[in-house]
Design a protein around this ligand. Structure first.
Ligand code: ADP
Length: 254
């Protein structure tokens, strides 16, 4: 078989906050079909890296090559349009809106309707909006959420995370970024999350995730990168990196 295509290539990426080199010259690739993981001790620069990839921060230096071009410094909405969707470590749902409405918001990121348009559109019953609703329902079915008309705030925490994943899926991403998806989940919810990540990946979705739960990481990762002090200190097969003395040392110093 042919070698898988490169979906994302990060080259010499930097993000400095004054004197703090949160990301200090990292390189990595994500190939089609990967569940790539970015791990490392607290403060090693993982969150900053994912915020650079999704356009929340502009890099100090370096390139982020995706979909045929350098996307470094583009706005988050333009990056979503190019095919990168993400979830957040701290859930960002609209608590008062229904689950369905929250997911429908994700499907309009490709067009110019925006969040307000989604809400107004729902009331006007636009055709385009029915399509969005169908897509949202499909995504919710896929992640296993049934209470579509419930206000988002009434769902258990673990299910709110799945709603966020559904919202990311309706933008039909080529690359899904998951920022600590298991944070705050109980053991049962984490098992379901692992199954979902595997199912999404089997369907062909390429995923990059940051995660603290090493048992989850070990179960899903096809490729691992380890950061410490803004730099990449190890990479490769997950079992290999977890046994790398440099990585063990970095976590001991945490
Ligand atoms: P991780 O996600 O691996 O825990 P972060 O990317 O959050 O690491 O942080 C990396 C380093 O950058 C830390 O030293 C952190 O204090 C610093 N940092 C992160 N964001 C900012 C910011 N907005 N301003 C200043 N320093 C920051």
């Amino acid at each position: 078989p042919n070698a898988p295509n490169t979906v994302l290539e990060v080259k010499n990426l930097h993000k400095h906050f004054g004197g703090v080199k949160a990301v200090n010259g990292i390189d990595f690739v994500v190939k089609e079909g990967d569940v790539a993981v970015l791990i490392g001790p607290n403060g090693s620069g993982k969150t900053t890296a994912i915020n650079l990839l999704s356009g929340i921060y502009t890099p100090t230096d370096g390139e982020i090559v995706f979909a045929g071009g350098n996307i470094a410094g583009l706005k988050p909405s333009d990056i979503t349009k190019k095919g990168i969707a993400r979830t957040f470590q701290n859930i960002r749902l609209f608590p008062e809106l229904t689950v369905l409405e929250n997911v429908m918001i994700g499907s309009h990121t490709k067009g110019s309707v925006g969040i307000i348009g989604t809400l107004v559109g729902r009331r006007k019953g636009l055709m385009e909006d029915r399509t969005a609703a169908n897509k949202a329902l499909e995504a919710l079915r896929f992640v296993g959420i049934e209470r579509h008309q419930e206000q988002a705030k009434n769902l258990p925490y673990g299910q709110q995370r799945l709603v966020e994943i559904a919202r990311a899926l309706v933008s039909e991403p080529k690359l899904l970024l998951l920022d600590e998806p298991a944070a705050g989940m109980n053991a049962e919810e984490t098992v379901k999350l692992v199954k979902l990540i595997k199912k999404l990946n089997q369907m062909g979705l390429t995923i990059l995730l940051i995660e603290h739960d090493m048992s989850l990481v070990a179960e899903v990762a096809t490729r691992a990168y380890v950061m410490d002090f803004g730099r990449k200190i190890s990479e490769g097969d997950i079992q290999k990196v977890l046994n790398d003395p440099i990585v063990i040392q970095a976590y001991l110093g945490e």
